[in-house]
Ligand binder design. Structure first.
Ligand code: S3P
Length: 429
């Protein structure tokens, strides 16, 4: 049980070239490297608890993982090994759900488990469509909660319309489809983040994407290995974007971030609220990559009810901008927030209320009336890395103490070091 104290700060002007590497892409690098028969080389792989767990899992499945400085070489096994151990996904829904899709088609018996937060997150959204195509998957509470047990089997091609826009569901189904006997079609109500499609097509997979529908051809041969430098994570960078947007006269430059359109929607909302934001494209490899410059602007309230899948991870940090903006902000159509690392609707609202801000929950979002953050409050992380980091940013205006901050290491181990460039931060047990 660690805690953190953040002091109020004055204007800052900071350039950051060490925002945590992208978590979604790092997980995919580890898992997708098993689809090749040659070594994949990955630079800038995220060295955080979640993604290191995934590397450990693929090594238990027989891959050889060599680290040389910040470069990782993953040599896939000839055939997936049946592990004697439980595969521990820690806090990561992405790891568990993608591995469910991948392992369902592999010969052997596999058990996936995670920490107490992940153990309560719904897995049926992936297990049900996989079962329909022949996967043998079981788990607690009628197959919905981990531990999840999988007996690999032959899978059928499918036509599946997902009721939710979830990249985890989509990616799990793509991984299953690549190993199915026939061609498959997947569609979702709205395009979710598309890293899987981009990376797999880059590796030579036959995946045809049309907005929110994709066709996946089964693999006839191993894919080309990955040669990738993982860009920085826009959702991690967003904490500092909000910091610059709310502290008068401040500016931050976030270098080498993924500018994938399905990932930068929150920056666009912050721009509409009044922050000054520039996107500077630099290169394109699997993904568009570049710098984002954010400068303070006087913020006004906003309604966020569209493109939710493109900013779902940033909503806790955005709620801090909403809390100090002029007027009322509303978040709607975001019930997915309830099944993240914590119930982020209630975590955010409860913490904002503690900070003296008028905030009200609805079933699928919240309403926040901008005001002045109360000084020196103590809030909880609810074991959720994004809640902990969002309220640390609020502390830049008011000073704050946050309980249970060890979760930050699941995605952004150098967060405190970077925050210390803007203010005084104390942390310990
Ligand atoms: C992720 C997809 C999103 C996101 C999560 C990472 C991914 O979840 O919230 O942090 O890597 O595919 P859903 O797919 O459940 O929306």
């Amino acid at each position: 049980m660690s805690r953190m104290r953040v002091e109020k700060t004055k204007a800052f002007d900071v350039e950051i070239d060490t925002i945590a590497s992208d978590k979604s892409i790092s997980h995919r690098c580890a898992i997708f490297s098993l689809l090749s028969d040659k070594p994949s080389v990955i630079e800038n792989y995220l060295q955080a608890e979640d993604t290191l767990n995934t590397l450990h899992i693929i090594s238990l499945l027989g891959a050889e993982v060599e680290k040389e400085g910040e470069r990782i070489t993953i040599t896939p096994p000839k055939a997936i090994k049946e592990p004697a151990q439980i595969l521990d996904c820690g806090n990561s829904g992405t790891a568990m759900r993608l591995l469910m899709g991948f392992l369902s088609a592999k010969e052997g018996f596999f058990v996936l488990h995670g920490d107490r937060y992940l153990a309560n997150r719904p897995m049926r959204r992936v297990a049900d469509p996989l079962r329909k195509i022949g996967a043998k998957i079981d788990g607690r509470v009628k197959g919905n909660l981990s531990p999840i047990a999988i007996r690999g089997s032959k899978l059928e091609g499918f036509e599946y319309q997902s009721p939710i826009a979830s990249a985890q569901v989509k990616s799990a189904m793509i991984l299953a489809a690549l190993h199915a006997k026939e061609m498959s079609h997947f569609s979702e109500p709205f395009l979710s983040r598309d890293h899987s499609e981009r990376m797999l097509v880059g590796m030579g997979a036959e995946i045809i994407s049309k907005e929110d529908a994709i066709t996946i051809m089964p693999l006839l041969a191993p894919l080309q290995p990955l040669q990738i430098r993982v860009p920085c994570d826009p959702s991690s960078g967003f904490f500092f974007a909000v910091a610059a947007a709310i502290v008068p006269e401040s500016r931050v430059v976030l270098q080498d971030v993924s500018l994938n359109p399905t990932r930068i929607e929150a920056y666009k909302v912050l721009q509409k609220m009044g922050a000054h934001i520039d996107f500077i494209s630099k290169e394109e490899k699997y993904e568009p990559i570049g710098d984002i410059v954010v400068q303070y602007g006087s913020l006004k309230g906003i309604e966020v009810s569209e493109n939710i899948a493109w900013l779902i991870d940033e909503l806790p940090a955005l709620s801090i901008a909403m809390a100090v903006a002029k007027g009322r902000s509303v978040v709607k159509n975001a019930s997915e927030l309830r099944v993240k690392e914590s119930d982020r609707i209630s975590s955010v609202v409860e913490n904002l209320q503690k900070c003296g801000i008028e905030a009200v929950e609805s079933e699928d979002g919240y309403e926040i009336v901008g005001g002045r953050l109360k000084e020196g409050v103590t809030v909880e992380s609810f074991g959720d890395h994004r809640v902990a980091m969002s309220f640390a940013i609020a502390g830049l205006l008011s000073g704050i103490e946050i309980d249970d901050t060890a979760c930050i290491d699941t995605s952004f181990p150098n967060f405190i070091e970077l925050l210390s460039r803007m203010t005084k931060v104390e942390h310990g047990d």
